[in-house]
Write a protein that binds this ligand. Structure first.
Ligand code: FE2
Length: 368
Protein backbone atom coordinates (compact mmCIF):
# COMPACT_ATOMS: atom_id res chain seq x y z
CA UNK A 1 0.00 0.00 0.00
CA UNK A 2 1.28 3.44 -0.85
CA UNK A 3 0.58 6.14 1.70
CA UNK A 4 -1.52 9.08 0.47
CA UNK A 5 1.60 11.24 0.59
CA UNK A 6 3.56 8.96 -1.70
CA UNK A 7 0.70 8.49 -4.13
CA UNK A 8 1.30 10.86 -7.08
CA UNK A 9 -2.45 10.81 -7.73
CA UNK A 10 -3.36 12.03 -4.24
CA UNK A 11 -5.06 15.45 -4.05
CA UNK A 12 -6.13 15.36 -7.69
CA UNK A 13 -8.98 17.32 -9.18
CA UNK A 14 -10.74 17.77 -12.52
CA UNK A 15 -8.86 20.08 -14.90
CA UNK A 16 -11.01 20.05 -18.04
CA UNK A 17 -13.16 17.82 -20.23
CA UNK A 18 -12.51 17.99 -23.97
CA UNK A 19 -15.19 17.05 -26.48
CA UNK A 20 -14.42 16.21 -30.10
CA UNK A 21 -17.31 17.61 -32.12
CA UNK A 22 -18.31 18.12 -35.75
CA UNK A 23 -18.55 21.90 -35.51
CA UNK A 24 -16.92 23.40 -32.41
CA UNK A 25 -17.93 26.96 -33.30
CA UNK A 26 -21.61 26.07 -33.23
CA UNK A 27 -21.29 23.69 -30.28
CA UNK A 28 -19.62 26.46 -28.23
CA UNK A 29 -22.58 28.71 -28.94
CA UNK A 30 -24.99 25.97 -27.79
CA UNK A 31 -23.18 25.25 -24.51
CA UNK A 32 -22.94 29.00 -23.78
CA UNK A 33 -26.53 29.88 -24.65
CA UNK A 34 -28.20 26.78 -23.20
CA UNK A 35 -25.97 25.99 -20.20
CA UNK A 36 -24.70 29.49 -19.36
CA UNK A 37 -20.98 28.95 -20.01
CA UNK A 38 -18.67 31.82 -20.96
CA UNK A 39 -16.03 31.38 -23.61
CA UNK A 40 -12.61 32.39 -22.31
CA UNK A 41 -10.01 31.08 -24.75
CA UNK A 42 -9.51 29.90 -28.31
CA UNK A 43 -6.90 28.03 -30.34
CA UNK A 44 -6.91 27.65 -34.13
CA UNK A 45 -5.14 28.78 -37.29
CA UNK A 46 -5.08 32.39 -36.05
CA UNK A 47 -3.08 31.29 -32.99
CA UNK A 48 -0.70 29.01 -34.86
CA UNK A 49 -2.65 25.74 -34.48
CA UNK A 50 -3.18 24.70 -38.09
CA UNK A 51 -5.24 21.52 -37.94
CA UNK A 52 -8.02 22.24 -35.42
CA UNK A 53 -10.18 24.84 -33.69
CA UNK A 54 -10.75 24.66 -29.90
CA UNK A 55 -12.98 26.81 -27.72
CA UNK A 56 -12.56 26.85 -23.91
CA UNK A 57 -15.75 27.40 -21.91
CA UNK A 58 -15.93 28.00 -18.16
CA UNK A 59 -18.54 28.35 -15.47
CA UNK A 60 -17.41 28.54 -11.83
CA UNK A 61 -15.05 25.54 -11.49
CA UNK A 62 -16.23 23.81 -14.68
CA UNK A 63 -14.01 23.91 -17.74
CA UNK A 64 -14.99 22.33 -21.08
CA UNK A 65 -13.02 22.38 -24.32
CA UNK A 66 -14.79 21.87 -27.66
CA UNK A 67 -12.52 20.82 -30.52
CA UNK A 68 -13.15 20.29 -34.24
CA UNK A 69 -10.76 19.20 -36.97
CA UNK A 70 -10.08 21.46 -39.96
CA UNK A 71 -8.84 18.53 -42.09
CA UNK A 72 -10.12 15.31 -43.61
CA UNK A 73 -8.93 11.99 -42.26
CA UNK A 74 -7.12 13.02 -39.10
CA UNK A 75 -7.66 11.59 -35.60
CA UNK A 76 -10.39 14.10 -34.66
CA UNK A 77 -12.31 13.58 -37.92
CA UNK A 78 -12.15 9.79 -37.50
CA UNK A 79 -13.28 10.10 -33.86
CA UNK A 80 -16.30 12.19 -34.84
CA UNK A 81 -17.15 9.88 -37.77
CA UNK A 82 -17.11 6.83 -35.48
CA UNK A 83 -18.62 8.25 -32.30
CA UNK A 84 -20.46 11.43 -33.21
CA UNK A 85 -19.87 14.37 -30.85
CA UNK A 86 -18.44 12.92 -27.65
CA UNK A 87 -15.97 13.19 -24.80
CA UNK A 88 -12.35 12.59 -25.81
CA UNK A 89 -10.31 13.65 -22.79
CA UNK A 90 -11.14 13.69 -19.08
CA UNK A 91 -8.15 15.72 -17.92
CA UNK A 92 -6.95 15.65 -14.32
CA UNK A 93 -4.79 18.25 -12.60
CA UNK A 94 -1.88 16.70 -10.68
CA UNK A 95 1.11 18.12 -8.82
CA UNK A 96 3.72 16.02 -10.66
CA UNK A 97 2.86 14.78 -14.14
CA UNK A 98 5.95 12.60 -14.51
CA UNK A 99 5.27 10.78 -11.24
CA UNK A 100 1.56 10.36 -12.10
CA UNK A 101 2.35 9.13 -15.61
CA UNK A 102 5.06 6.71 -14.41
CA UNK A 103 2.68 5.28 -11.78
CA UNK A 104 -0.07 4.91 -14.40
CA UNK A 105 2.23 3.11 -16.85
CA UNK A 106 3.52 0.87 -14.03
CA UNK A 107 -0.14 0.08 -13.30
CA UNK A 108 -0.66 -1.10 -16.87
CA UNK A 109 -1.92 2.04 -18.65
CA UNK A 110 -1.08 2.61 -22.31
CA UNK A 111 0.78 5.82 -23.16
CA UNK A 112 -0.76 8.25 -25.64
CA UNK A 113 1.58 11.17 -24.88
CA UNK A 114 4.69 10.93 -22.67
CA UNK A 115 5.21 13.90 -20.29
CA UNK A 116 5.76 16.96 -22.49
CA UNK A 117 6.48 20.55 -21.55
CA UNK A 118 4.65 23.41 -23.27
CA UNK A 119 5.70 27.04 -22.76
CA UNK A 120 4.51 30.50 -23.63
CA UNK A 121 4.46 33.94 -21.99
CA UNK A 122 2.18 32.58 -19.22
CA UNK A 123 4.78 30.07 -18.02
CA UNK A 124 4.88 26.32 -18.50
CA UNK A 125 2.44 23.44 -18.40
CA UNK A 126 3.43 19.77 -18.40
CA UNK A 127 0.99 17.34 -19.97
CA UNK A 128 0.91 13.57 -20.42
CA UNK A 129 -1.92 11.38 -21.70
CA UNK A 130 -2.95 7.76 -21.16
CA UNK A 131 -5.62 5.65 -22.87
CA UNK A 132 -8.80 4.58 -21.08
CA UNK A 133 -12.01 2.80 -22.23
CA UNK A 134 -12.83 2.99 -25.94
CA UNK A 135 -11.11 5.97 -27.55
CA UNK A 136 -11.39 8.01 -24.33
CA UNK A 137 -8.17 9.29 -22.77
CA UNK A 138 -7.02 10.94 -19.54
CA UNK A 139 -4.51 13.77 -19.64
CA UNK A 140 -2.50 14.63 -16.54
CA UNK A 141 -1.93 18.39 -16.32
CA UNK A 142 0.68 20.11 -14.15
CA UNK A 143 0.18 23.89 -14.16
CA UNK A 144 2.98 25.16 -11.87
CA UNK A 145 1.28 28.56 -11.51
CA UNK A 146 0.72 28.95 -15.27
CA UNK A 147 -1.00 32.31 -15.93
CA UNK A 148 -1.96 32.02 -19.62
CA UNK A 149 -5.50 31.81 -21.01
CA UNK A 150 -5.74 27.99 -20.79
CA UNK A 151 -2.78 26.07 -22.22
CA UNK A 152 0.10 27.25 -24.44
CA UNK A 153 -1.29 27.64 -27.99
CA UNK A 154 -4.50 29.24 -26.71
CA UNK A 155 -5.23 32.96 -26.60
CA UNK A 156 -7.70 34.74 -24.38
CA UNK A 157 -10.93 35.26 -26.31
CA UNK A 158 -13.91 36.14 -24.13
CA UNK A 159 -17.49 35.81 -25.26
CA UNK A 160 -20.75 35.70 -23.31
CA UNK A 161 -24.21 35.52 -24.78
CA UNK A 162 -26.49 38.35 -23.69
CA UNK A 163 -29.90 37.28 -22.41
CA UNK A 164 -28.74 33.83 -21.31
CA UNK A 165 -29.83 32.88 -17.79
CA UNK A 166 -26.93 31.89 -15.54
CA UNK A 167 -27.81 28.53 -13.98
CA UNK A 168 -25.06 28.47 -11.34
CA UNK A 169 -23.41 25.20 -12.38
CA UNK A 170 -20.47 24.68 -10.01
CA UNK A 171 -18.15 21.72 -10.67
CA UNK A 172 -18.08 18.11 -11.85
CA UNK A 173 -19.46 15.61 -9.34
CA UNK A 174 -18.76 12.47 -11.37
CA UNK A 175 -18.18 11.34 -14.93
CA UNK A 176 -19.67 8.01 -16.03
CA UNK A 177 -18.29 5.56 -18.58
CA UNK A 178 -20.30 2.93 -20.46
CA UNK A 179 -18.24 -0.16 -21.29
CA UNK A 180 -19.05 -3.40 -23.13
CA UNK A 181 -20.62 -6.62 -21.86
CA UNK A 182 -18.58 -8.11 -18.99
CA UNK A 183 -16.03 -5.25 -19.00
CA UNK A 184 -17.11 -3.36 -15.86
CA UNK A 185 -14.71 -5.21 -13.56
CA UNK A 186 -11.82 -4.85 -16.02
CA UNK A 187 -12.22 -1.06 -16.05
CA UNK A 188 -12.92 -0.87 -12.31
CA UNK A 189 -9.59 -2.69 -11.82
CA UNK A 190 -7.96 -0.30 -14.29
CA UNK A 191 -8.84 2.70 -12.09
CA UNK A 192 -7.62 0.83 -9.01
CA UNK A 193 -4.26 -0.09 -10.60
CA UNK A 194 -3.63 3.04 -12.67
CA UNK A 195 -5.12 5.78 -10.46
CA UNK A 196 -4.98 4.07 -7.04
CA UNK A 197 -8.77 4.54 -6.79
CA UNK A 198 -11.00 2.46 -4.55
CA UNK A 199 -14.52 1.24 -5.07
CA UNK A 200 -17.13 3.48 -3.45
CA UNK A 201 -20.24 1.56 -4.28
CA UNK A 202 -21.65 -0.99 -6.71
CA UNK A 203 -25.05 -1.91 -8.11
CA UNK A 204 -26.01 -5.09 -9.85
CA UNK A 205 -28.79 -5.85 -12.24
CA UNK A 206 -31.18 -6.59 -9.37
CA UNK A 207 -30.78 -2.98 -8.18
CA UNK A 208 -30.92 -1.41 -11.60
CA UNK A 209 -33.48 -3.08 -13.74
CA UNK A 210 -36.97 -2.54 -14.99
CA UNK A 211 -39.15 -5.03 -16.75
CA UNK A 212 -37.12 -4.45 -19.91
CA UNK A 213 -33.69 -2.99 -19.33
CA UNK A 214 -30.83 -3.72 -16.94
CA UNK A 215 -27.32 -2.59 -16.16
CA UNK A 216 -24.54 -3.07 -13.65
CA UNK A 217 -22.54 -0.20 -12.21
CA UNK A 218 -19.48 0.29 -10.03
CA UNK A 219 -18.21 3.64 -8.74
CA UNK A 220 -14.44 4.20 -8.48
CA UNK A 221 -13.15 7.20 -6.52
CA UNK A 222 -10.01 8.96 -5.32
CA UNK A 223 -9.40 9.09 -1.56
CA UNK A 224 -10.99 12.54 -1.22
CA UNK A 225 -14.07 11.68 -3.31
CA UNK A 226 -13.40 14.55 -5.65
CA UNK A 227 -12.89 12.58 -8.86
CA UNK A 228 -15.45 9.79 -9.21
CA UNK A 229 -15.76 7.47 -12.19
CA UNK A 230 -18.82 5.22 -12.22
CA UNK A 231 -18.50 2.43 -14.80
CA UNK A 232 -21.63 0.86 -16.33
CA UNK A 233 -22.01 -2.31 -18.35
CA UNK A 234 -25.22 -3.65 -19.90
CA UNK A 235 -27.06 -6.57 -18.32
CA UNK A 236 -29.61 -8.97 -19.77
CA UNK A 237 -33.20 -7.79 -19.76
CA UNK A 238 -36.27 -8.56 -21.80
CA UNK A 239 -35.31 -5.85 -24.25
CA UNK A 240 -32.22 -3.87 -25.15
CA UNK A 241 -30.37 -2.25 -22.21
CA UNK A 242 -29.95 1.53 -22.53
CA UNK A 243 -26.21 0.87 -22.12
CA UNK A 244 -26.28 -1.37 -25.18
CA UNK A 245 -28.13 1.30 -27.13
CA UNK A 246 -25.36 3.74 -26.17
CA UNK A 247 -22.64 1.27 -27.24
CA UNK A 248 -24.36 0.79 -30.61
CA UNK A 249 -24.68 4.50 -31.33
CA UNK A 250 -21.28 5.47 -29.90
CA UNK A 251 -19.67 2.50 -31.65
CA UNK A 252 -18.08 1.26 -28.43
CA UNK A 253 -17.24 2.36 -24.92
CA UNK A 254 -17.30 6.03 -23.98
CA UNK A 255 -18.54 8.69 -21.59
CA UNK A 256 -22.26 8.34 -20.89
CA UNK A 257 -22.86 11.34 -18.65
CA UNK A 258 -21.18 14.13 -16.77
CA UNK A 259 -22.83 15.00 -13.45
CA UNK A 260 -22.58 18.68 -12.57
CA UNK A 261 -23.10 20.03 -9.05
CA UNK A 262 -25.27 22.97 -8.12
CA UNK A 263 -26.01 24.55 -4.71
CA UNK A 264 -29.63 25.24 -5.66
CA UNK A 265 -31.10 22.80 -8.13
CA UNK A 266 -34.50 24.52 -8.30
CA UNK A 267 -33.12 27.84 -9.55
CA UNK A 268 -30.60 25.99 -11.75
CA UNK A 269 -33.27 23.94 -13.52
CA UNK A 270 -35.55 26.97 -13.91
CA UNK A 271 -32.69 28.85 -15.60
CA UNK A 272 -31.73 25.92 -17.84
CA UNK A 273 -35.35 25.40 -18.90
CA UNK A 274 -35.67 29.12 -19.67
CA UNK A 275 -32.56 28.71 -21.86
CA UNK A 276 -34.25 25.87 -23.74
CA UNK A 277 -32.46 22.83 -22.22
CA UNK A 278 -34.55 19.66 -22.51
CA UNK A 279 -34.69 17.16 -19.64
CA UNK A 280 -35.92 13.61 -19.34
CA UNK A 281 -39.47 13.46 -18.14
CA UNK A 282 -40.46 11.46 -15.06
CA UNK A 283 -43.79 9.69 -14.61
CA UNK A 284 -46.17 11.92 -12.63
CA UNK A 285 -46.84 9.03 -10.24
CA UNK A 286 -43.23 9.33 -9.01
CA UNK A 287 -44.28 12.38 -6.97
CA UNK A 288 -47.47 10.93 -5.48
CA UNK A 289 -45.72 9.23 -2.57
CA UNK A 290 -42.38 11.08 -2.64
CA UNK A 291 -42.04 12.04 1.05
CA UNK A 292 -43.33 8.62 2.09
CA UNK A 293 -40.40 7.13 0.14
CA UNK A 294 -37.58 9.55 0.91
CA UNK A 295 -38.71 11.15 4.18
CA UNK A 296 -38.90 14.88 4.92
CA UNK A 297 -37.19 17.19 2.43
CA UNK A 298 -36.79 20.98 2.47
CA UNK A 299 -38.20 21.45 -1.04
CA UNK A 300 -41.91 21.59 -1.83
CA UNK A 301 -43.00 18.42 -3.63
CA UNK A 302 -45.13 20.48 -6.04
CA UNK A 303 -42.08 22.47 -7.17
CA UNK A 304 -40.09 19.27 -7.72
CA UNK A 305 -43.05 17.79 -9.59
CA UNK A 306 -43.34 20.86 -11.83
CA UNK A 307 -39.61 20.71 -12.67
CA UNK A 308 -39.39 16.88 -12.76
CA UNK A 309 -36.51 16.80 -10.25
CA UNK A 310 -35.79 13.41 -8.64
CA UNK A 311 -34.88 12.79 -4.98
CA UNK A 312 -32.98 9.96 -3.30
CA UNK A 313 -31.84 9.37 0.26
CA UNK A 314 -29.12 7.34 1.96
CA UNK A 315 -28.04 7.19 5.60
CA UNK A 316 -26.02 10.44 5.22
CA UNK A 317 -28.77 12.65 3.83
CA UNK A 318 -30.51 13.19 0.53
CA UNK A 319 -29.76 14.38 -2.98
CA UNK A 320 -31.72 15.90 -5.84
CA UNK A 321 -30.97 15.12 -9.49
CA UNK A 322 -32.29 15.41 -13.03
CA UNK A 323 -30.95 14.25 -16.41
CA UNK A 324 -30.87 16.16 -19.69
CA UNK A 325 -31.80 14.58 -22.97
CA UNK A 326 -28.77 13.61 -25.10
CA UNK A 327 -26.68 16.67 -26.03
CA UNK A 328 -26.30 15.68 -29.70
CA UNK A 329 -28.29 13.76 -32.32
CA UNK A 330 -26.94 10.34 -31.32
CA UNK A 331 -28.48 9.09 -28.04
CA UNK A 332 -25.09 9.11 -26.31
CA UNK A 333 -23.64 11.66 -23.87
CA UNK A 334 -25.89 13.70 -21.58
CA UNK A 335 -25.61 15.81 -18.40
CA UNK A 336 -26.90 15.12 -14.92
CA UNK A 337 -27.54 18.12 -12.65
CA UNK A 338 -27.14 17.19 -8.99
CA UNK A 339 -27.46 18.90 -5.60
CA UNK A 340 -26.23 16.97 -2.56
CA UNK A 341 -27.67 17.55 0.89
CA UNK A 342 -25.38 15.21 2.77
CA UNK A 343 -25.97 12.18 0.59
CA UNK A 344 -23.07 10.47 -1.21
CA UNK A 345 -25.51 8.43 -3.29
CA UNK A 346 -25.75 8.18 -7.06
CA UNK A 347 -29.52 7.92 -7.06
CA UNK A 348 -29.98 4.16 -6.87
CA UNK A 349 -33.57 4.68 -5.70
CA UNK A 350 -34.21 6.70 -8.85
CA UNK A 351 -32.81 4.28 -11.38
CA UNK A 352 -36.11 2.58 -11.83
CA UNK A 353 -38.09 5.83 -12.28
CA UNK A 354 -35.38 7.10 -14.58
CA UNK A 355 -35.22 3.94 -16.65
CA UNK A 356 -38.93 3.90 -17.26
CA UNK A 357 -38.49 7.40 -18.63
CA UNK A 358 -35.43 6.50 -20.76
CA UNK A 359 -37.31 3.51 -22.14
CA UNK A 360 -40.10 5.80 -23.31
CA UNK A 361 -37.48 7.75 -25.27
CA UNK A 362 -35.93 4.51 -26.60
CA UNK A 363 -39.36 3.39 -27.71
CA UNK A 364 -39.79 6.63 -29.69
CA UNK A 365 -36.47 5.92 -31.42
CA UNK A 366 -37.54 2.32 -32.11
CA UNK A 367 -34.50 0.89 -30.29
CA UNK A 368 -36.12 -0.75 -27.26
FE1 FE2 B 1 -24.82 10.05 -12.33
Amino acid sequence: MTSPKANPLAHIDWDYIEFYVGNAKQAAHYYCSAFGFDQVAYAGPETGVKDRASYVLVQNKLRFVLTSSLRAGDEITRHVAAHGDGVKDIAIVVRDVKAAFDAAIAGGAKSVLAPTEYRDAGGRVIKATIASYGDTVHSFIQRDGYTGAFLPGFVEQRKSIAGTQKPGLQFIDHCVGNVGWGEMDTWGDFYARVFGFSQLISFDDKDISTEYTALKSKVMTDAEHRVKFPINEPAEGKKKSQIEEYLDFYDGAGVQHIAIRTDDIISTIRALKANGVEFLDTPDSYYDDLEARVGHIDEATQVLRDLRILVDRDDQGYMLQIFTKPLQDRPTVFFEIIQRKGSLSFGKGNFKALFVSIEKEQEKRGTL
